[in-house]
Design a protein around this ligand. Structure first.
Ligand SMILES: [Zn+2]
Length: 61
């Protein structure tokens, strides 16, 4: 699997570390990780709130 490099200056993508604009391309940091973590956080919060709601409902009944 080839790593796609991205230039932070002109935002061009390529496999060569030398960009056409003269800057160096860097490895793309997978944004999915942070997104997954973010969603995981919300999922946990949603789950906890759901559990709390469920418990409160159970107590009411
Ligand atoms: Zn560039």
């Amino acid at each position: 699997m080839k790593h796609i490099l991205r230039c932070p200056k002109c935002h061009s993508y390529g496999l060569k570390p030398e960009c056409e604009c003269g800057d160096k391309r860097l490895h793309c940091k997978p944004p999915k990780l942070s997104v997954d973590d973010k969603y995981g956080k919300y999922r946990r919060m949603a789950k906890e709130s759901a559990n709390i709601n469920k418990e409160s409902v159970d107590e009411d009944q």
